[in-house]
Design a protein around this ligand. Structure first.
Ligand code: ZN
Length: 134
């Protein structure tokens, strides 16, 4: 699991006086440890607030135990709540597994004996979790 590097994450990086490299690691580890998050597609793309709500966990406590009391500020807790959790894979929205797809092109042949070739085929990708196409 990882955290989307959006503006909320940037705020947290500014507010929290912990090594930047540890912020994401500490949050993910703690949320997985207490069971607020699972390594499961159901958790890909949700916010910390949503994860805590689903699990009936106290957000302030999640914050204290991930990042320490001394880092608790109004700005930091707001940003923390709105962090988006992603899976480890390639989907930009949720971190889900992405599959390569092709639109159907039209198959042409010069004549009966020549190799067929496909025209108008477009490659695109689709997330198997949130169905985003890109
Ligand atoms: Zn996705």
């Amino acid at each position: 699991m990882k955290i989307k590097k959006d503006k909320n994450y940037e705020i947290l990086e500014t507010e929290v006086l912990t090594f930047k490299s540890l912020i994401e690691k500490n949050i993910i580890e703690h949320l997985l440890n207490v069971g607020v998050l699972d390594e499961d597609e159901a958790c890909f793309g949700i916010t910390v607030k949503q994860a805590a709500f689903d699990y009936d966990a106290n957000i302030d406590e999640l914050f204290f135990k991930s990042l320490g009391h001394s880092n608790y500020t109004t700005k930091a807790i707001e940003a923390f709540k709105n962090l988006v959790v992603l899976g480890e894979n390639d989907c930009p929205e949720c971190g889900g597994v992405v599959e390569d797809l092709y639109s159907c092109g039209k198959v042409y042949r010069h004549d009966y004996d020549s190799e067929p070739y496909v025209d108008g085929q477009v490659e695109y990708k689709r997330c198997t979790n949130c169905k985003l196409e890109f």
